[in-house]
Design a protein around this ligand. Structure first.
Ligand SMILES: [Cu+2]
Length: 150
């Protein structure tokens, strides 16, 4: 147990030990699956990687979506909304990440601009508890399309 602690202490004296952590949380691999039925919600998936300080995702906004909620799928739920619960926020630890993937955490997009077609980029703003904001774009795919590779 002592060796990792010693290594960490040595790192304090050498700024070059690790690359500097970014000031804001990064958003990677963002993609959204549009609903086949107009007016039904779309699902958004992405990966958040930690900043220099602990952060908490509290909201996502888009000029092309009326309302975005953070959800978590519950194990075994097969029937849409009954298998999810809303999340007030999601922690993004320093040096870690928060994964939003099919079957787990995801964001639900209600009132998607009907002019948004598969293949278009969806502009997003991720809001964190610190007040910081990260802008990103999600790739949109059709209901029957395969999930994009990372
Ligand atoms: Cu949901």
């Amino acid at each position: 147990m002592r060796l990792p602690i010693l290594a960490a202490l040595l790192c304090l004296g050498a700024a070059a030990c690790q690359p500097a952590a970014p000031d804001v949380v990064a958003v990677k691999y963002a993609w959204a699956r549009l609903s086949p039925v107009p007016g039904r919600p779309a699902a958004l998936y992405f990966t958040l990687t930690g900043a220099a300080a602990p952060e908490r995702l509290v909201a996502i906004e888009s000029a092309r979506v009326q309302r975005i909620e953070l959800h978590e799928s519950m194990g075994g739920g097969m029937h849409g909304m009954s298998g999810m619960r809303p999340l007030a926020g999601v922690d993004v630890p320093v040096g870690g990440s928060a994964l939003f993937q099919p079957g787990g955490k995801h964001a639900m997009l209600f009132g998607v601009d009907p002019a948004l077609k598969p293949g278009a980029a969806l502009p997003l703003r991720f809001r964190f508890a610190s007040g910081k904001v990260t802008a990103a774009e999600a790739k949109t795919i059709g209901a029957g399309d395969a999930a994009p590779a990372e």
